[in-house]
Design a protein around this ligand. Sequence first.
Ligand code: KG4
Ligand code: ZN
Length: 344
Amino acid sequence: MKNKDIILLGIESSCDDTSVAVIKNETILSNVTASQDVHKAWGGVVPELASRAHQQNIVPVVHEAIKKAGITKEELTAIAFTRGPGLLGSLIVGTSFAKALALALNIPLIEVHHMEAHVLAHFIDGQSDKKPSFPFLCLTVSGGHTQIVLVRDFLDMEIVGSTKDDAAGEAFDKTAKLLGLPYPGGPLIDKYAKLGNPNAFQFTKPKVSDFDYSFSGLKTNILQFLQKNQKVNSAFIQDNLNDICASVQKTIIDILFEKLIAAVRHFDIQDIAIAGGVSANSGLRTKLQEEGKKRGWHTHIPKFEYCTDNGAMIAITGYYQYRAGNFVDQRIAATARWAVGSKE
Ligand code: KG4
Ligand code: ZN
């Protein structure tokens, strides 16, 4: 007899995207995202505005996801939601909604770790020829995290390196702010970098032990570099925007890869993946392909739409949790801090 299909709703609300997906087994039926433009004027995500926008968006986004999937809510097997880590007020919106819907439909509730979900985005349908084999190493780079993750199995991950201060996405966004670009600056730096010379300017690289990272020094270095050059030419940024973006992007990618290569050697693993919002960066994607070719790695790059925050990655992680029988009850609460691989 054929096993019954598992149809899950995945709800993501950890930062500034309200995103909901419907998955049938490992196939995404819909993935709907409402991004929040309200933060642009403030140069970064304003937590209180984010919570409010999630509250406005959640019901329409869920409706749209269910409609696009061509199902009714009564067909859902379970509800998966991001419990953390992230902005507490934002997480509470998705968590409360997921709890209420699971209660109303009398179906199981599944908690999902946001960073584990970024990694598992690699297992979403349509990427079957590219699915990593276990164990693999995943460089997970987002606005809040920078981690080298040793992935032993779907739900068995260990962080072997992480940032001591700023995340790689923050390095992109803070640099963009110094250059007068709007939030989020990462995609804009990527855009201008394509037109510039990556060797035009040199920036200092941090000295951090093992497979860990640090990006706060780079920000200071860039600030001092800009101030020095603006004293001589007040239009320095406008005159050199493409070269500055290309040089900063190259520096961030070089920093990321120095430790990734060291970790690959240490763990002697050949399946290497990237994930998280910064894995949408064209320079980082090209670099992984180039290094992989040179070093004989099997490289894995997520589909563009599954790099930045999305409900689909929550739904696929929920699917593996469902198969493992991992459910939570109505006393569950969102958490701003939550280490990969731990219970809390
Ligand atoms: O994973 P994500 O959507 O949210 C978090 O979990 O933080 O990542 C957002 C981060 C932002 O810092 C954004 O600037 C960065 O990903 N990002 C990029 C690109 N697209 C998004 N950074 C560099 N190049 C890009 N193309
Ligand atoms: Zn994320």
